[in-house]
Design a binder for this molecule. Structure first.
Ligand code: BGC
Length: 379
């Protein structure tokens, strides 16, 4: 760890100790060096410090997101503190409280539970700190100033359309066996992903062209959480898929799995392998999202059919621009002032476009753009 980083870790540890003193009974683990990074010691004095709260290091994308945004802001002359919360809501709240104590100008937050931050964001607002919701909307509070994300509904739509094309649902006789999954019930994005996909696929379920042998087809878009995988965990998706295959498939095969993201797809692919499915014979269509490295490798090996790639560098670029505009008192660039109602207000949003990547476009989309090195993917 560099000296600059050590200094901020030490400063944050001091704040953490203070917070621990104030909440003497709390057994909550405070920030550790692994969870924390940031730029120079001047950050503690306040002014142009930007706090970045990310949900977890356990998913590849958040590591990339955090590192990229931190680098952009530091290059633009800001001080930063970046914290990861191990997918634990209380830990994220404590981290945000600690950041508020450092008097940042702006907090950028990728929430774990978008409904749990109201009280801590009230503290931030009272201290004059602006809030940008990153990737996931923060709900039920007026204290979220801007939101930047990829078009989440479009992500699901791209997955649904991919399935329609891959199975040629408008022409093929079918029926095809579908198993749908949805994301974490506490993640505001998950309902958009599901709605986008289900608006495309449900007419084929209604007509009988797609059948869901497990019966795990939500009655409507609003029931998506009934098939949600809490915390987006690969292991949970794996056991759910394994249960469905064991209980509802005899000699019958699953033809297609709607997986909302790559972490779920990894678990689903593991369950398929354990059940004897083989690439080149009966391996089904499996969708995904994020272009995580392991999933891109799986796509190249024929184990995953597509991923919806969200170039997180462009999200970081956009958020860094918004932060800079906020700090300078300029008009903040948004392109959607209708869609993202958080229950209290419509949050001004900047939406970025997601795109489909398949094995055929890995090189042109992911390698040529520098998102991955060819050697990362075994190319
Ligand atoms: C993000 C996805 C990600 C998922 C799990 C969602 O909020 O938009 O990109 O796969 O969380 O971390």
């Amino acid at each position: 760890m560099s000296l600059r980083r050590t200094k901020v870790v030490a400063a944050l540890a001091g704040v953490a100790l203070l917070a621990a003193g104030l909440t003497a009974c709390s057994s909550e683990r405070e920030t550790t060096p692994e969870e924390t990074s940031g730029s120079g010691g001047a950050a503690v004095a306040g002014g142009e410090l930007i706090g970045i709260a990310m949900p977890t290091k356990s998913l590849e994308r958040w590591n990339k997101d955090g590192a990229h945004l931190e680098e952009l802001l530091e290059d633009a002359g800001y001080e930063t503190t970046l914290q990861y919360a191990d997918n634990k809501v209380d830990q994220q709240i404590t981290q945000i409280q600690n950041m508020i104590n450092l008097d940042p100008a702006v907090l950028v937050i990728a929430s774990i539970d978008g409904t749990a931050l109201g009280p801590v964001l009230q503290q931030a607002a009272d201290a004059g700190i602006k809030i940008v919701a990153y990737d996931r909307l923060i709900n039920e509070t007026e204290n979220v100033d801007y939101y930047a994300t990829f078009d989440n509904y479009k992500v699901g739509q791209l997955q649904g359309e991919f399935i329609v094309d891959a199975l040629d649902l408008d022409n093929a006789a079918g029926p095809f066996n579908l198993e749908p999954f949805a994301g974490s019930p506490d993640d505001n994005n998950a309902k958009f992903f599901f709605s986008g996909a289900w608006d495309v696929l449900s007419p084929y379920v209604e007509s009988g062209k797609l059948v869901v042998p497990s019966g795990k087809a939500p009655a409507s878009n609003d029931d998506w959480a009934s098939i949600g995988i809490q915390g987006w965990l690969s292991d949970t998706a794996q056991s759910e898929m394994q249960n469905r295959l064991n209980s509802f498939y005899g000699s019958d095969k699953v033809d297609v799995v709607l997986s909302p993201n790559d972490s779920l797809a990894l678990g689903i692919e593991q369950a398929l392998e354990s059940s004897g499915y083989a690439v080149g014979t009966d391996w089904p269509i499996v969708t995904g999202q994020d272009a995580d490295q392991a999933n891109v490798v799986n796509m190249l090996a024929g184990r995953q059919s597509m991923t919806v790639w969200k170039d997180t560098r462009t999200l970081g670029d956009q958020v860094a621009t918004m932060v800079d505009q906020i700090v300078k008192g300029e008009t903040v660039t948004v392109n959607d002032e209708e869609t993202y109602d958080n229950g209290v207000k419509v949050v001004p949003t900047y939406l970025l476009p997601p795109q489909v990547v398949t094995a055929d476009t890995v090189q042109s989309a992911l390698v040529d753009s520098g998102f991955y090195k060819a050697s990362d993917l075994g190319l």
